[in-house]
Ligand binder design. Structure first.
Ligand SMILES: Cc1cc2nc3c(=O)[nH]c(=O)nc-3n(C[C@H](O)[C@H](O)[C@H](O)COP(=O)(O)OP(=O)(O)OC[C@H]3O[C@@H](n4cnc5c(N)ncnc54)[C@H](O)[C@@H]3O)c2cc1C
Length: 214
């Protein structure tokens, strides 16, 4: 849909995210206790592990590796076994007692090649076309993309339902709210990603949670 309204193309954000799910994690993976009752974040400059609990004893983990495009392309990330080997090498010697990534039954690795649209992405009105969610404002992974798509959907519905029933006016009103919302979130997402894997990690994130960074 996006090319109908915009020539912008997503580009790699510079950080590879490898997602893993440990099923029945507490029973089968002793190291899972480091996640605690909610979530666990372990970050250093350039790499990190974030894990959280999901229903049914599932532990969902994101491994973040700040690597160039060439590294990502060379890493054969389409092959789950290769991904696990690659991630394990990145964390060799780290986390005594923790369950380092291993390929085995009940452990389904997968990766997402995160991309982003230019900050402040916007387009001229195209009759009959509305973009929402990632099509409108693909931001670096920061825990906000789906949260941002929800007000898009609600805002579009409200605009279309509002009198006097002029669809083009409704879409223009929808976009007038969408553009600044997307720009704000893109800026925040960039900041969060830098806090997670940038040179000061994890200090900036700790300061943010402590309220010292707004
Ligand atoms: C690693 C990672 C972690 C994330 N974590 C979070 C988080 O914790 N919280 C959060 O809020 N967000 C998170 N996000 C972002 C979130 O996943 C996205 O912002 C959200 O899924 C966007 O929803 P969407 O409906 O716009 O797009 P999508 O979820 O991408 O849905 C688009 C759908 O359209 C389909 N489609 C594409 N082309 C066509 C076509 N031509 N015809 C028909 N169908 C088509 C696709 O198959 C897909 O099902 C994360 C993203 C990544 C990469």
């Amino acid at each position: 849909m996006r090319p109908l309204a915009s020539a912008a193309t997503p580009r790699y954000v510079g950080v590879v995210f490898v997602e893993t799910w440990l099923f029945d994690g507490d029973a089968r993976h002793p190291g899972a206790k480091v996640v605690g009752g909610g979530s666990m974040t372990a970050l250093v400059p350039g790499r990190g592990i974030v894990a959280h609990r999901e229903p049914g004893g599932v532990l969902h983990t994101y491994v973040q590796l700040a690597r160039g495009r060439a590294w990502a392309d060379a890493a054969d990330l389409a092959d789950p076994s290769a991904v696990v080997r690659c991630v394990a090498e990145e964390f060799e010697g780290v986390g005594a007692g923790a369950d380092r990534p291993r390929h085995r039954r009940g452990h389904r690795p997968g990766r997402t090649p995160p991309a982003r649209l230019p900050a402040g992405h916007r387009w001229a009105r195209v009759p009959g076309v509305a973009l929402l969610g990632d099509a409108a404002h693909l931001v670096p992974p920061s825990g906000e993309g789906a949260n941002l798509a929800l007000p898009d959907g609600a805002g579009l519905g409200e605009a279309l339902a509002a009198p006097p029933g002029d669809v083009e006016a409704a879409l223009a009103a929808y976009e007038a709210a969408l553009f600044p919302r997307g720009a704000r979130t893109a800026a925040d997402a960039e900041k969060v990603l830098t806090l997670c894997v940038g040179g000061r990690a994890p200090c900036g994130l700790i300061e943010m949670f402590a309220g010292a960074d707004g």
